[in-house]
Write a protein of this length. Structure first.
Length: 291
């Protein structure tokens, strides 16, 4: 390399060995994109919904506001009846969380009991699958006969529909401990209970938190199903009452609030998963690792 007066310029050792600076991203780096992308998709979803309700749906039905009201029509209905939505949403959230908490206790205890015994795993698994295959809408009338209309059927339905994923995942995590690892522990003097509590249970934690993210969302299905069938409070009762009066925007408003609560609780469970089982996943592949 030479200058304008043909004087040679020798590069220093630091200039030769130092790596080139990484190119700056054109828009957003991956971490920021992961945080922004969900909001972009949600916004695009509502814009597409608005376009379909205002432009496309009127081509097929004369009453599009009854079939699928636009978000711009749902928002005023939610603002008008915000007090009823808030009260019923809190009621549904309370019953769902109570049923979900019971499901965690029963699911973990049952998973430990079944997963730690090969005989219990083989004996109880078929009946658990059969019980889970029963539609919970068929169980709600039975719960109403037993406990009457009110809160208890909603809590029990949320429990019944959400405990199975927790139980199965915890049992699977404990039952699939490598036989070689068990043999090594026994050779070192460990008892079966030590293997379960000190190896099997920690090993099942990624399975447990994965099941929580599934169970918390389906728990809302159970509580709202019971509220719509035999309840006098909650989002399920509110949407049934609004549908009977053909207040379709209010019905969709209740559904949107339910979806928001499910997303919030999902991310809370994912946050705990990241903090407690970060060793089992790569942080760069976890969508909530930075939260």
């Amino acid at each position: 390399m030479t200058t304008s007066d043909d004087t040679p310029v020798i590069a220093t050792e630091e200039e030769i060995t130092s790596p080139a600076p990484p190119p700056r991203p054109l828009f957003l780096d991956r971490a920021r994109l992961e945080k922004v992308l969900p909001w972009i998709i949600i916004l695009a979803f509502f814009l597409l919904w608005e376009f379909g309700s205002r432009v496309v749906l009127p081509l097929f039905t004369p009453r599009p506001e009854i079939v699928l009201p636009a978000p711009s029509a749902i928002l005023p209905a939610m603002i008008e009846d915000w007090r009823a939505i808030v009260q019923n949403s809190l009621y549904t959230l309370e019953t769902t969380l109570i049923g979900f908490a019971i499901a965690i206790v029963v699911g973990v205890a049952g998973g430990v009991a079944i997963g730690s015994s090969r005989l219990a795993y083989a004996g109880f698994y078929p009946i658990l699958i059969g019980f889970n295959a029963v539609p919970k809408i068929a169980v709600v009338p039975v719960l109403v006969l037993w406990f009457g209309i009110g809160t208890i059927p909603a809590i029990l339905t949320a429990f019944l529909i959400s405990f199975f994923p927790i139980l199965v995942n915890v049992a699977t995590g404990i039952a699939t401990v490598e036989p070689e690892l068990k043999d090594v522990c026994r050779a070192l003097g460990a008892r079966n209970s030590d293997i379960v509590w000190k190896i099997g249970l920690p090993r099942s934690m990624p399975y447990f938190f994965a099941s929580l993210k599934v169970a918390i969302t389906v728990a809302f299905v159970g509580s709202i199903l019971a509220e719509a069938t035999a309840g006098n409070h909650g989002i399920g009762h509110l949407t049934s009452y609004a549908a009977a009066q053909f207040r379709v925007p209010l019905v969709f408003g209740g559904l949107i609030v339910t979806a928001a609560m499910g997303i919030l609780l999902y991310y809370i469970a994912a946050w705990f998963e990241t903090r407690m089982t970060g060793w089992a996943t790569r942080g760069m592949d976890n969508p909530v690792a930075g939260y």
